[in-house]
Ligand binder design. Structure first.
Ligand code: B12
Ligand code: SF4
Length: 454
């Protein structure tokens, strides 16, 4: 059996290089089952290159990964292109951006695209590929080295010499309303043996290529939910790198609640993590308003914890970042004003603020269970792109015109203020739907030139 895995192109144009960790993990699992796997990154090649066409025509299955909902429209477009050119094999879609659509909703999205299947879990994958579920290695049990080794060394170096995601764990015990991640479940760490194999293999490769740094974005949704495991895993990663003279530079996300609790419990924790390479932590502060936190199921946030977390991180020489997902469609003007004031205060104090505009309605968020919200996106799948947190609000994400104006204005004010004060805000994207002619062209051109969210 031959399966070709495709990393979709960055949706806003211009090839962006980022290690497709999801497909490296998935492909390694399939290789372990004796399946032939080919991989192409559509950011560095395209569907019309002869080697891609030959691979696709010879494949029994083709699989796209969908990182987040903003990728849905472009993946559907690629599938349409393949079908228009006579490609008939079954196409599989998997990944965080697609797994939380209900099957019937998914079928509606792909109804004119032939045999396209949504793969939400290993049982579905095994059934589709006619494998024994019990034999398919779990994502927690494999190293991505088999796939990494199959890449052209030049491409491998491009991926590994810049920041990439190191898969350590999945799952978050909290249940924020807007969140579409693997929420409401205990964090689970991957097995240590494959992690060691992976980090050793990567560091051997970096060292052979005289690249001195292993720069990783840890996959944890909240670094401090299982602090003992984080400590142990980072120590091991650091040990593998150190043995090859490679420096570790890691970053990740955390809730201030778990961060403060973990440091209260173990005051030495932060200096140890810093020693093992943890350089930055992004705290999900998401506004500065008790009512908004309550509404969004973020009762675990408090201004006191945020203040302490930032101070503790600074004291440990770890750079704190304040992630501000604000301006949700239900947010009031005073709540948005508080977010702006808080962000600017942080930036004035030299703290890195990373602003995003709150969106409701990604599959997996609580709002998705509202049939009218789901219908809006399913009726016009292009709209999924507008759920990008870095994008200004549109009539889809913020239906009330006046509220949208204030939400966008507050988002712009945070970006502008923080860029002037400390220059690290993620630049915003512009919605392209609904506009036409020159406005759409301007929005597309702008988006194409903005750096990718990190
Ligand atoms: C690394 C990462 C990134 C990287 C990109 C990763 C990449 N190119 O692969 C960066 C930093 C660039 C990134 C950006 C964004 N991300 Co991101 N990212 C992650 C993160 C931290 C880890 C993902 C990962 O590698 N996991 C490890 C791998 C092994 O697991 P996996 O991805 O789940 O893959 C397994 C299965 O899903 C399945 N699978 C995956 N693909 C496929 C395909 C097929 C065919 C099959 C059968 C199975 C399958 O098999 C894999 C294991 O074998 C997750 C958080 C998390 N913990 O999930 C967020 C996450 C996936 N990101 C998310 C989002 C929203 C984004 C953005 C869209 C944010 C935004 N601006 O709005 C941007 C996209 C920007 C852009 N336009 O490109 C959300 C997605 C939510 C959702 N349900 O839509 C997550 C869950 C974060 C969150 N807290 O909400 N991200
Ligand atoms: S937003 Fe963060 S803390 Fe809240 S459920 Fe999602 S991952 Fe967990």
């Amino acid at each position: 059996m031959l399966i070709t895995l495709l990393q979709p192109r960055y949706p806003y144009g211009g090839g962006r290089i980022y290690l497709p960790g999801s497909l490296m993990n998935l492909g390694s699992r399939l290789l372990g089952m004796g399946i032939r796997v080919l991989f192409f990154d559509l950011n560095v090649t395209n569907l019309w290159r002869p080697e891609v066409r030959v691979a696709l025509l010879a494949s029994d299955f083709v699989g796209f990964t969908v990182i987040g909902t903003p990728y849905i429209p472009s993946v559907l477009k690629d599938i349409r292109t393949l079908r228009d050119h006579g490609f008939r094999a079954p196409i599989l879609l998997g990944g965080e951006g697609i797994t939380r659509l209900r099957h019937e909703q998914f079928r509606g999205l792909v109804r004119e695209l032939g045999d396209v299947r949504q793969i939400c879990n290993d049982a579905e994958l095994a059934e589709t590929l006619d494998l024994s579920h019990a034999c398919l290695p779990d994502m927690y049990w494999v190293s991505m080295m088999p796939m990494l080794n199959s890449l052209d060394p030049h491409l491998r170096l491009q991926y590994l010499s810049r920041e990439f995601c190191l898969f350590l764990s999945q799952g978050c015990a909290f249940r924020c309303r807007f969140c579409a991640a693997a929420k409401g479940r205990r964090e689970r760490y991957r097995d240590l043996r494959p992690l060691v194999e992976e980090v050793e293999g990567i560091c051997d490769f970096l060292s052979a290529n005289r690249h001195p740094t292993l720069r990783v974005y840890l996959s944890n949704l909240d670094l401090m939910q299982t602090p003992e495991a984080l400590h142990e895993y980072l120590r091991i990663v650091w040990g593998c790198a150190q043995a090859r003279d490679i420096r570790v530079e890691a970053r990740g996300l955390a809730t201030t609640r778990c961060f403060v609790r973990a440091t209260d419990k173990n005051p030495e924790l932060l200096s140890a993590l810093r020693h093992y390479g943890l350089r930055r932590i992004g705290f999900g502060v998401d506004g500065a308003d008790l009512e908004v936190w309550k509404r969004e199921g973020k009762g675990h946030n408090s201004l006191d914890d945020a203040k302490r977390a930032i101070r503790l991180a600074c004291e440990a020489d770890i750079i704190p970042e304040v992630l501000m997902v604000t301006g949700f469609p239900e947010d009031s003007l005073p709540a948005m004003a508080r977010s702006v004031a808080y962000s600017l205060r942080q930036a004035l104090n030299g703290v890195v603020v990373r602003p995003y505009l709150g969106k409701a309605g990604a599959p997996g968020s609580d709002q998705w269970s509202d049939p009218s919200i789901a219908r809006t996106f399913l009726a016009d799948p292009q709209r999924f792109q507008q759920l990008d947190y870095a994008m200004f609000g549109s009539s889809t994400t913020h239906p009330d015109r006046l509220q949208r104006f204030f939400a966008n204005a507050s988002y712009a004010a945070i970006i502008a203020g923080c860029s002037i004060l400390n220059g690290e805000a993620t630049p915003p994207l512009l919605p392209t739907n609904g506009s036409s002619g020159i406005r759409q062209w301007l929005a597309r051109t702008w988006n194409q030139h903005m750096p990718m969210d990190r």
